[in-house]
Design a protein around this ligand. Structure first.
Ligand code: SF4
Length: 206
């Protein structure tokens, strides 16, 4: 078997940044709580755990006044509010690119668009974006459009940063047939786009 290693293999900028910030804080604080893993890598997660990272299910489970680290995927507004109520020290490592998606979604809503997020429904990033707008809709695949009873006339569409461009394009293609106005802001992360292109190139080599 021949293994091709992509030149983009490894953690993305946002995850590397989150791990770096976690390490910096662990030098002065030995109890840092998380509700989502900082990185989806068992080796790094175990190492962080040994250094003092503690995973809990909910912000409510974090002892008051302790440190709460938000990972690169970001969280819903309600989670920030809960953390503030518990007087937690928030270490926000939300990737700046994801923060920008939150801002774009909020701006679309302010402009009067109904926000549609193209993303994996259960993914933390999608939930974070959804939780930053008042009334967003999540669409994973074209077939999900059939489940929406009344397609809003004015749609503002963005996507989770790691979405596949082909999937996004196919959903937009259908939305423009159904709505009066569709404003699409491309929010796919450039690093992810390069990875997707590389995968296509590598798959042709095999
Ligand atoms: S937006 Fe890009 S760099 Fe940031 S966390 Fe997502 S994939 Fe990583």
């Amino acid at each position: 078997m021949k293994i091709h290693l992509s030149q983009y293999a490894g953690f993305c900028f946002g995850v590397k940044r989150a791990v770096r910030i976690a390490h910096e804080h662990l030098k002065k604080d030995k109890d840092i709580y998380i509700i989502e893993d900082i990185v989806h890598n068992r080796y790094v997660s175990e190492k962080l755990k040994k250094e003092g990272i503690k995973k809990v299910k909910d912000v409510e489970d974090i002892p008051k006044k302790n440190s709460f680290l938000i990972n690169a995927h970001g969280v819903a507004k309600a989670i920030y509010e809960k953390a503030k109520k518990r007087d937690l020290k928030i270490i926000d490592t939300t990737c700046p690119i994801v923060k920008n998606i939150h801002k774009k979604a909020v701006d679309l809503e302010k402009e009067g668009y109904r926000v549609i997020i193209i993303g994996d429904r259960d993914h933390a990033e999608t939930q974070g974006i959804l939780g930053n707008v008042k009334e967003g809709i999540v669409i994973e695949r074209v077939k999900d459009l059939g489940k929406i009873k009344n397609i809003p006339s004015k749609i503002g569409c963005i996507s989770q940063s790691t979405q596949d461009i082909e999937n996004v394009a196919s959903i937009i293609h259908e939305l423009v047939k159904k709505a009066e106005e569709v404003k699409f802001i491309k929010t796919i992360c450039k690093e992810i786009e390069k990875r997707q292109e590389e995968i296509k190139k590598l798959s042709k080599k095999t």
